[in-house]
Design a protein around this ligand. Structure first.
Ligand code: SF4
Length: 457
């Protein structure tokens, strides 16, 4: 709450400054100047009045340009700051996340009628004897008849679980992003929602259900897989949730590993930031299962990936999985740009290769921080003390907010160099980047085929 108070005081001071110095401005213009002043003040740790003092004119266009130059210096120089995203700042104490509140013990468990007697529902009954269970005809009906989902409901999502019976939405192609080079990837659509709290998570602007959703009928997914399957495909569960966050409860990994023993021409990926690998270690697999961890320096984990496991634990779990014969993947995604980032990422990569042989790695992805513009206000409101929004984030080729192109390109080149120092053969791809960025980073997009991810410089 201390952080919230500090930032809301900053906002009040900025609004009153703009109100008294620029009373002639209309609402939208005021809002833009307030945001620019607020962001500069937060990033540089200076007071809003001192920023205005340095500017010789309070003419709106002159003032805005001066502030943009100061707020987005790199993007401005490269003509990428002509249209920065400057929405109204909305801070609300009720939306702030308490990053210490961990655990998953839903007070309410809603179970669709067709899943009422499922094994998954029974496991929830055993795990959560104090929860209130209710039967619902369907999640769709429930959502239709209950009040509209609001941002603050997202903070309470861990107190509600929905156990559903999925009938249609089993798999989908990863939508990637407009104009980007696709990898291509497929989503095994199991679970929606996550128990962790990452400041940058896109789910906070995507999910509109007031709880976490767990399908009970994984067998129906398997039944429909043959009509979706393409030999050589990559598919995984980590898109709308963390694949292993509650695997001790859902046990999804057991039937999945078993099922894909019969589909050795497909590679299945579990993506996680957890240490929940116990089930995986006791099951028999056929070498086509890939266990993946997202990696970031511990400093970034501490500031942004609340409730997740430490970097050291992620790497230790990866080593155990590799010893059990699983293939591994690592996702440097999102890479966060900060002063000293290069040294910190080099350390992370060094730690990985101290424990893991390059041959055990099925693929590595790299993607810098990016998100849909509307997520910016959500991050700001939920994590008012965050540092990630202090960076220069401007609309990119797909209109998502991203670091300026030169910064991204330098990050990719540097991380590729760090990785290839350990093995030239590592299969690496960029996530959600356009062809010019691939080329700038020295990677050939033609190396991505339907069945392979191959690095090439
Ligand atoms: S672990 Fe992934 S899905 Fe969960 S909050 Fe973090 S980014 Fe979102």
């Amino acid at each position: 709450m201390r952080v919230y108070r500090k930032e809301s005081e900053r906002l009040k001071e900025t609004e009153s400054l703009v109100g008294s110095n620029l009373p002639q401005l209309g609402l939208n213009k005021k809002q833009e100047i307030v945001r620019l002043l607020f962001e500069i003040s937060k990033k540089e740790g200076v007071s809003p009045p001192s920023i205005i003092q340095d500017i010789d004119s309070l003419d709106f266009h002159r003032l805005k340009l001066c502030l943009i130059k100061r707020r987005f210096p790199h993007a401005y120089l490269d003509n990428e700051a002509s249209n920065p995203y400057l929405p109204k700042i909305r801070l609300d104490r009720r939306l702030c996340v308490d990053p210490k509140k961990s655990g998953f013990y839903p007070k309410r468990i809603f179970i669709e009628k067709s899943a009422w007697r499922s094994a998954l529902a029974n496991r929830f009954r055993d795990f959560f004897p104090d929860s209130k269970l209710s039967e619902i005809s369907s999640l769709k009906d429930y959502l239709r008849t209950h009040r509209k989902f609001r941002m603050r409901d997202y903070n309470k999502r861990r107190s509600t679980a929905f156990i559903t019976y999925e009938n249609y939405d089993f798999f989908k192609k990863c939508p990637c992003t407009t104009k980007a080079v696709g990898c291509p990837y497929n989503i095994f659509n199991l679970s929606l929602g996550c128990i962790f709290e990452c400041t940058y998570c896109y789910l906070q602007g995507y999910i509109d259900a007031p709880g976490i959703i767990f399908p009970a009928n994984i067998d129906r997914f398997f039944d429909s897989f043959s009509s979706y399957k393409r030999p050589g495909m990559r598919i995984g569960t980590g898109e709308f949730s963390d694949s292993l966050m509650l695997d001790h409860l859902t046990r999804y990994s057991l039937p999945i590993v078993d099922f894909f023993r019969r589909h050795t021409d497909v590679r299945f990926e579990f993506k996680t930031k957890s240490t929940n690998i116990e089930n995986l270690l006791k099951t028999r697999h056929s070498g086509n299962i890939v266990i993946a961890w997202s990696l970031n320096p511990q400093k970034i984990i501490n500031q942004n990936e609340f409730l997740t496991s430490s970097l050291a634990n992620r790497i230790s779990m990866a080593r155990l999985c590799s010893e059990a014969g699983y293939k591994l993947a690592f996702h440097f995604d999102p890479v966060i740009y900060f002063s000293g980032w290069q040294k910190e990422y080099e350390k992370v990569i060094g730690l990985v290769f101290e424990s893991i042989k390059p041959e055990a790695i099925a693929w590595v992805s790299i993607g810098t921080l990016r998100f849909n513009p509307k997520v910016k206000q959500v991050i700001e409101a939920r994590f008012p003390g965050n540092k990630i929004l202090d960076a220069e984030l401007v609309p990119g080729f797909d209109n998502k907010l991203r670091y300026p192109s030169k910064i991204r390109c330098n990050i990719y080149k540097a991380i590729l160099k760090m990785l290839f120092k350990h093995s030239r053969k590592l299969p690496v791809y960029l996530c959600m980047e356009d062809i010019s960025m691939w080329r700038g980073a020295g990677l050939s997009p033609t190396a991505i085929t339907k069945s392979n991810i191959v690095s090439q410089t």
